[in-house]
Design a protein around this ligand. Structure first.
Ligand code: NAD
Ligand code: DAU
Length: 332
């Protein structure tokens, strides 16, 4: 594998993957990204231009996609509309990018017989009760709740159909909640960190008992690289780092690290249809491919993420006011 096409590589997890590839492998990378509100060229600033280029374009543009896929050895597909709250207010872009965009890439990968890896989410499985001893596995039935997660579920099924019907050389991974550098300030952890920097109290949806299973974006990248190289074609791998925490605990951890009283947050309107708990059993990935996370400890990963947001205000500041005014209109 010499040339990898990374879709959505100017977004949060995609840009972390591009940094991972340039630091840990010899491959060259082309990023295809339409730079929506969530994409940021500055996330790719300073990368070696002998091994990296950014093509600004839409994954729904069949002719552009065909040209780029034709010269790639592999496609790693991150591009998506990714925010649940946005999908509740305007679902159409989610159908366009997540379904039609994935279809467009699959057709090009089929035509040029290019290895394909599809990035997906644990949200396709719906949610768990707080006291459920089971966690999601690769055989958990799909039961998505939001427009976002249902379009991701749809895209997963398209990939599986292209493997079975057309022999596409594809793998899939479904990961839990990522945190780390370059995450848009609309998302939970960066929103609260940047609120505290701005002297604003963090905002907790509903009771705050909802549990997410946190993994550092670098660990997600190493998992994807392992699957791309050693994963079995047609297989799905769940990616998670045993990082279950409820939202109230996460806000309190941020306040604590940032030297604020741990009760200085506000409860705001809950998200409609808010999934209660996600939890990943990543045994298959660990035993079959020998993967394990490097960030064993959520507290230290969170601390380095807070330091990154303090040090990189130039990166997030331009999006902060618009994001908060959108939340204000939603009562959140
Ligand atoms: P993000 O919103 O930060 O980035 C998405 C990127 O895709 C942006 O750069 C955006 O410009 C680009 N994009 C959107 N529509 C496009 C289009 N039509 N054509 C080309 N580019 C387009 O998202 P993220 O959080 O980095 O998520 C990346 C992928 O990982 C998604 O597929 C998401 O479903 C999946 N995922 C995310 C998480 C998480 O915790 N954030 C967890 C599991 C899986
Ligand atoms: O599980 C993987 C998914 O994780 C990915 O597929 C999604 O792309 C990604 O956005 C993320 O989805 P969530 O909806 O879990 O992430 P979000 O950061 O929006 O919210 C995390 C939790 O925090 C969720 O329970 C809602 C809550 N929340 C969120 C915000 C923005 C708050 O309590 N307050 C907030 O201000």
């Amino acid at each position: 594998m010499e040339q990898i096409l990374v879709t959505g590589g100017a977004g949060f997890i995609g840009s972390n993957f591009v940094h991972y590839l340039l630091e840990n492998t010899d491959v060259s990378v082309t990023v295809l990204d339409s730079l929506t509100y969530a994409g940021n060229r500055m996330s790719l600033f300073g990368l070696d231009d002998k091994r990296f280029r950014l093509v600004v374009g839409d994954i729904c543009d069949a002719s552009l996609v065909d040209t780029l896929v034709a010269v790639a050895d592999a496609v790693v597909h991150y591009a998506a509309e990714s925010h649940n709250d946005n999908s509740l207010h305007d679902p159409r872009p989610f159908l366009e990018t997540n379904i039609i965009g994935t279809f467009t890439l699959l057709e090009a990968a089929r035509k040029h017989q290019v290895r394909f890896h599809h990035i997906s989410t644990d949200e396709v499985y719906g949610d768990l009760e707080l006291d459920d001893p089971e966690r999601f596995t690769e055989s958990t039935p799909y039961y998505p709740s939001s427009p976002y997660s249902s379009t991701k579920a749809g895209s997963d099924l398209l990939v599986r159909a292209w493997v079975r019907s057309f022999g596409l050389q594809a793998t899939l991974s479904n990961c839990s909640n990522n945190y780390g550098p370059y995450q848009h300030v609309e998302k939970f952890i960066p929103r609260q960190i940047t609120n505290v920097i701005d002297g604003v109290r963090p905002k907790l949806y509903g009771s705050g008992k909802n549990v997410r299973d946190w993994i550092h974006a670098n660990d997600h990248s190493s998992a994807v690289w392992a699957i791309l190289n050693r994963g079995r074609i047609g297989e799905t791998y769940l990616v998670g780092a045993d990082g279950e925490k409820n939202n109230k605990e996460v806000i309190q951890a941020i306040l604590n690290i940032m030297g604020q009283p741990t009760d200085s947050f506000d409860h705001v309107a809950d998200r409609p249809g808010h999934d209660l708990r996600y939890a990943i059993d990543s045994t298959k990935l660990r035993t079959e491919l020998g993967w394990s996370p490097a960030y064993g400890d959520f507290a230290s990963g969170l601390e380095s993420t807070i330091t990154w947001y303090k040090d990189n205000e130039f990166w997030w500041r331009p999006q902060k006011a618009t994001t908060e005014s959108k939340y204000l209109q939603q009562g959140q």
